[in-house]
Structures are given as structure tokens and as C-alpha cells.
Design a binder for this molecule. Structure first.
Ligand code: NI
Length: 241
């Protein structure tokens, strides 16, 4: 069930028996020449919606706008200040908690959200579980099998595959493989700790960060969505009890 298409009568009835809600979080930012601007938000909400079919959770509207300052050199990116985002996320969770959603399962799709979401959750009177859709073994087995190191860090073939399945395929103009990232680079930039926008665009001129997006396939997206949704539904059920 999606909160936005429920009535308050239906929400009240749900809360008389349940206290769980899934809150998807994403971003509005460039995802390379083959990836949609809304990729992170789309992936998080599609996984949440499919998981809800398995576990009966209510899914709140996704928090799409997010911090992505490093991508502001690319048209279409909209970045929120981290302080504002943290407070926005806290107030959204507090609003849900106010009505009795005391188990808030945050399903994330954007690395830079993790630290502010964890901070926001600490200021809310509810239990919060924070997961990204790629956290699960069954999902990672597919990513490793299909893409290996070419999964990379941004505009990943796995996330592009999901949006190809749910939305559309952008024709590949014959993109070469991106520059391969060193393990040191990946470790130093985990959680999207990238530099200023002008440096980021200079270093990654087409927006891909070590990710070979052209390996994406809609049929991969269908399988990734299924695996992630089943894992999230099981994890959600252990969380709400
Ligand atoms: Ni992404």
C-alpha cells in the first residue's frame, strides 16, 4: 500500500494492527549518459513497492531530493544542503512517528544519504532501520556475477538495469568502458565523498564513476528488483516483529 493513495480512515485502520512503514530515499542527480536523473529515487521506491506486495507494509512517498553537491556540474542535478536534508528527513520521520508508525524502515538508493539519515534517525522517537537496496547477499551475488569491478561507484549497471526494466532504455552510443577505479579511490570516496563539482566533472567528464553502465540490461533489472524486494520484505518483517 502506498501512503499517498490511502485515505486517513485506511491509515488509522492500518495503524490499529501495524506500526511499520517503509520510507524510500534517493536523489535527483545525473547518472551518466545512459542513466536517468531520478535513478536513485526510482530504484528505492520500486524496490519498496515490490517489497510491500510481499510484506504488506505501507510505503511513504519517497524523499527524492538529497545532497549531491559533487554532481552540480551536470544539468538536471538538484542538491540539498546536508543540514537541511538531515532536518527534512528528521521531520518526515517524526511526522510518521507522531501517528504511530513506530518502526520506520528507511530504504535508501543514494550513498551520500547514509550519514545524514543516520543522524536524522537518532533524533526521532521511533525505531529506525536504515538499509540500502544493494545491502543484501542475494542482490550482491547478481551484481558480482554480471558486472564484477565494472559495477563501480556511480551510474552503476545494476541501478541502470532497474530503471531500464521499470522505465526506459537509453540507446548506447558506443560508450567506451570508464576509467577503472583503484581500491584506494573507492575506499577514500565511499558514501559519495567526492570533491567540488568542477573537479568532479573534470575527473569524470561523462558522469560515470568507474561504472560501466552499458552492461545494464532490462532483464537484469527485473531480477535485481525481485531479489532486492524479497530481501527487503524479509528484513522488514524481522524488524516490525
Ligand atoms: Ni545512483
Amino acid at each position: 500500500m502506498r501512503l499517498e493513495t490511502m485515505t486517513w480512515i485506511e491509515v488509522e485502520a492500518y495503524l490499529s494492527r501495524n506500526r511499520g512503514v517503509i520510507l524510500p530515499t534517493g536523489s535527483v542527480e545525473q547518472h551518466g549518459p545512459l542513466g536517468l536523473i531520478g535513478t536513485d529515487a526510482i530504484c528505492a521506491r520500486e524496490v519498496a513497492w515490490t517489497a510491500a506486495d510481499h510484506c504488506g507494509a505501507v510505503v511513504a512517498p519517497e524523499l527524492a531530493y538529497a545532497p549531491a553537491p559533487f554532481n552540480m556540474g551536470f544539468p538536471g542535478t538538484v542538491s540539498l544542503d546536508v543540514t537541511l536534508y538531515t532536518e527534512l528527513a528528521r521531520q518526515v520521520m517524526a511526522g510518521l512517528a507522531h501517528h504511530g508508525f513506530s518502526r520506520i524502515y528507511v530504504l535508501n538508493g543514494h550513498g551520500a544519504n547514509l550519514a545524514p539519515l543516520a543522524q536524522a534517525a537518532s533524533g526521532v522517537d521511533a525505531q529506525v532501520r536504515l538499509r540500502s537496496w544493494w545491502d543484501f547477499d542475494a542482490v550482491n551475488a547478481l551484481r558480482e556475477d554480471w558486472y564484477g569491478d565494472w559495477e563501480g561507484m556511480h551510474a552503476t549497471p545494476s541501478e541502470v538495469s532497474i530503471t531500464q526494466h521499470t522505465h526506459r532504455v537509453i540507446a548506447d552510443p558506443g560508450l567506451p568502458a570508464p576509467r577503472k577505479l583503484s581500491p584506494e579511490y573507492i575506499q577514500a570516496h565511499a558514501g559519495d565523498r567526492h570533491g567540488p563539482p568542477e573537479d568532479h566533472r573534470r575527473d569524470f567528464p561523462d558522469g560515470r564513476v568507474g561504472s560501466h553502465s552499458a552492461l545494464a540490461r532490462p532483464e537484469h533489472g527485473a531480477a535485481l528488483l525481485k531479489a532486492a524486494a524479497e530481501a527487503v520484505a524479509a528484513d522488514y518483517q524481522t524488524f516490525v516483529g
